[in-house]
Design a protein around this ligand. Structure first.
Ligand code: ATP
Length: 514
C-alpha cells in the first residue's frame, strides 16, 4: 500500500509537471479541492467528454443532448430533496480541530479489517502455493473467520445507522471501534452533525432582498425540468434519453485524493425515460452497456467491478456503481441508478405543471420512470491517468516515464521532429505538420536530442513520433516511432495519415461499442 501511495504521489507530480492538472490559484497557495486543467489536461478531458457524448448521442438514435444553466430556480432543490436530504454526517476532533465525515471514518475502519483479512489470505497463499484453496481457508482459519465476523457485524451496524439517519449511533460506532484521529491520535470526538453540501449564493437585488440560489450539486435536475421541452419539441417517444455534460459543485467536507473528490467538478449524466414496469430491463441494459464503454478503452478489464448498493437512496429501486482500481483501492467512477418516477413526480408536485407522457401504443398517460447513468469527468480522467502511468526500465540501464493513454484520448496524437535544425529538414517537417494538423492534434519539436524529444512525448502519452532525416528529402519517407513498443518503421509521408488515423481516431473506439 505504501508503495502504491508513492506511485500516486508521483502521478500527481507528473500531472503538474507536464501540464495536465494544476492546483487552483497556486500562486496564492491554492484553494482546497479545486484544480485547473493545463494545456494537455484540457485536451485529454475534452477527448473523454467527446467519447462519452458521441457514444451517447451518435450511437443511440433515441438520445439527445442539452446544456442547461448552472443556476436554477431554488424550488428545484426543494423538490429534488437536496435542501433537506443532501447532507453528510460530520464529526470534529477537539484536539486537532479537524473535521471528518463520520461515515468515511467508519468505512476506513472496515477497509482496515479487509486489509487484515487479505494479508492473512496472501500469507497463506504463499505458504500453500499451488494447492491453496481460498474458500476453504476463509471457512476454516480461526483468525480469518473472526475478522470476517467482526467486519460483517460492523458493516451491518453501520448500514443500519446510515439508513435510520441515526447520528448518535454513528458516533457510538466511532467510540466503540476506538477510532482515533489520524492527526492528533486522540479519541476526543464531538457529536455528529448534519452538513448540507450545496453552495449558496445570492441572485439579483429586489426590494425584499436578493433570492438565495444554489450552485447545482448535480446536472441531472437540469434534465428533469427540461423533460417536457425536449419530449415535445424533439417529438421524442419513450424510451428515450437526454444527455448532459456540465459543472457541478459540492462543498465536500473531506477533500482528498487529488481530483477524486473536488468541490467544483464536471459530470456527464444521461437520464433515460422508460415505461413504468420496464425499468429493471433498462437498468440491466445500461449497467452492461456502461461497463462496455469503460472496457473499450483497454485500461484492463480486471480493473473494474460493480458495487451494487444495499442502502438505496430514497428515490431509487436499484443502484450500482462502476468502480475502478485506483492506486488507493477500488473507487466509484460512475453510478447507475433506477430512480423510479420520483424526480418527475416531485417536479409535478412542486411546480403544479402536469409532467406526463401519452403513450400511443398503450393509449394511456403516465409519469415515466428513469434510469440514470452519472459519471464524473474528473474521476474518469484520474482513472485514465493512473492506469496509463508507467516508469519503465529500459535495456542499457536507461529508464523512461510513459503514459500509455488510449490513443483516441491522447492530448497530442503525433509529434513531428526534424533530426537536425538545418539542411531543409525543418521545412519538410513543417510541411508534414501543416498537412496532419487538419485531422490530428500535431506537435512540432526541434529542441534537444532526438532521445530527449521522444521522452517528452512519452511523458504526455503521444502515440506517434515522426522523425524527418536526410533520407526523407530523397525518398519522402520518415521514421514512425510507436510510443508503447518504441519500435520504429520507415513509412512513406503519403501513408502517414492513413496509418495514424487507423489508431487514434475516436471513430475506431466508438466502433468497438457496436
Ligand atoms: P461519493 O460517494 O464518492 O461522494 P456520490 O455517490 O455522491 O459519490 P453521485 O452523486 O452518484 O456521487 O455522482 C455521480 C458521479 O459524480 C460519481 O460517480 C463521481 O464520478 C462524480 N462525483 C461526485 N462527487 C464528486 C466530487 N466531489 N468530485 C469529483 N467527482 C465527483
Amino acid at each position: 500500500m505504501a508503495q502504491q501511495e508513492d506511485v500516486f504521489k508521483k502521478i500527481v507530480a507528473h500531472a503538474k509537471e507536464y501540464g495536465f492538472v494544476f492546483p487552483s490559484s497556486e500562486i496564492y497557495d491554492g484553494l482546497s479541492a479545486v484544480y485547473d486543467y493545463g494545456q494537455n489536461g484540457v485536451e485529454l478531458k475534452n477527448n473523454i467528454k467527446r467519447y462519452w457524448w458521441e457514444a451517447m448521442t451518435l450511437l443511440h438514435e433515441n438520445i439527445v443532448g442539452i446544456d442547461s444553466a448552472i443556476f436554477m430556480h431554488p424550488t428545484i432543490w426543494k423538490a429534488s430533496g437536496h435542501v433537506d436530504a443532501f447532507n453528510d454526517p460530520l464529526i470534529d476532533n477537539r484536539d486537532s480541530k479537524k473535521r471528518y465525515r463520520a461515515d468515511v471514518l467508519i468505512e476506513d475502519q472496515i477497509a482496515k479489517i479487509d486489509d487484515k483479512i487479505n494479508k492473512e489470505i496472501e500469507k497463506a497463499r504463499k505458504r500453500f502455493g499451488e494447492s491453496f484453496d481460498e474458500d476453504m481457508f476463509r471457512q476454516t482459519n480461526g483468525r480469518v473467520a473472526e475478522l470476517v465476523a467482526r467486519r460483517e457485524a460492523l458493516h451491518e451496524r453501520f448500514s443500519k445507522a446510515m439508513n435510520d439517519n441515526n447520528l448518535d449511533e454513528l458516533r457510538q460506532i466511532i467510540i466503540d471501534e476506538e477510532i482515533v484521529d489520524p492527526i492528533s491520535g486522540t479519541k476526543n470526538w464531538t457529536e455528529v452533525r448534519q452538513f448540507n453540501l450545496m453552495f449558496k449564493t445570492e441572485m439579483g437585488s429586489t426590494a425584499d432582498g436578493a433570492m438565495t440560489v444554489y450552485l447545482r450539486p448535480e446536472t441531472a435536475q437540469g434534465i428533469f425540468v427540461n423533460y417536457l421541452n425536449v419530449q415535445k419539441t424533439g417529438r421524442m417517444r419513450i424510451p428515450f434519453g437526454i444527455a448532459q455534460i456540465g459543472k457541478a459543485f459540492r462543498n465536500e467536507i473531506v477533500a482528498r485524493q487529488f481530483i477524486f473528490r473536488m468541490r467544483e467538478f464536471e459530470q456527464m449524466e444521461m437520464q433515460f425515460f422508460v415505461r413504468p414496469g420496464e425499468e429493471m430491463t433498462w437498468f440491466k441494459y445500461w449497467k452492461e452497456w456502461r461497463l462496455r464503454w469503460h472496457k473499450a478503452l483497454g485500461l484492463g478489464d480486471e480493473k473494474y467491478r460493480y458495487h451494487d448498493h444495499e442502502k438505496l437512496a430514497h428515490y431509487a429501486n436499484a443502484a450500482t456503481d462502476i468502480e475502478f482500481l485506483m492506486p488507493f483501492g477500488f473507487k466509484e467512477v460512475e453510478g447507475i441508478h433506477s430512480r423510479t418516477n420520483f424526480d418527475l413526480s416531485q417536479h409535478e408536485k412542486f411546480s403544479g405543471k402536469k409532467i406526463q407522457y401519452f403513450d400511443p401504443e398503450l393509449n394511456s398517460s403516465y409519469t415515466p420512470y428513469v434510469i440514470e447513468n452519472s459519471i464524473g469527468v474528473d474521476r474518469m480522467f484520474l482513472s485514465v491517468l493512473c492506469s496509463s502511468y508507467e516508469e519503465q526500465k529500459l535495456e542499457g540501464g536507461d529508464s523512461r516515464v510513459v503514459l500509455h493513454l488510449p490513443a483516441a484520448l491522447a492530448p497530442v496524437k503525433c509529434a513531428v521532429m526534424p533530426l537536425v535544425r538545418k539542411d531543409g529538414l525543418p521545412e519538410l517537417a513543417h510541411e508534414i505538420v501543416d498537412d496532419l494538423k487538419f485531422d490530428f492534434s500535431t506537435h512540432y519539436d526541434e529542441k534537444d536530442s532526438i532521445g530527449k524529444r521522444y521522452r517528452r512525448q512519452d511523458a504526455i502519452g503521444t502515440p506517434y513520433c515522426i522523425t524527418v532525416d536526410h533520407q526523407s528529402l530523397e525518398d519522402r519517407t520518415v521514421t514512425l516511432r510507436h510510443r508503447d513498443s518504441m519500435e520504429q518503421e520507415r513509412v512513406a509521408i503519403d501513408d502517414l495519415h492513413k496509418i495514424i488515423h487507423g489508431r487514434v481516431s475516436l471513430n475506431s473506439l466508438l466502433r468497438k461499442l457496436k
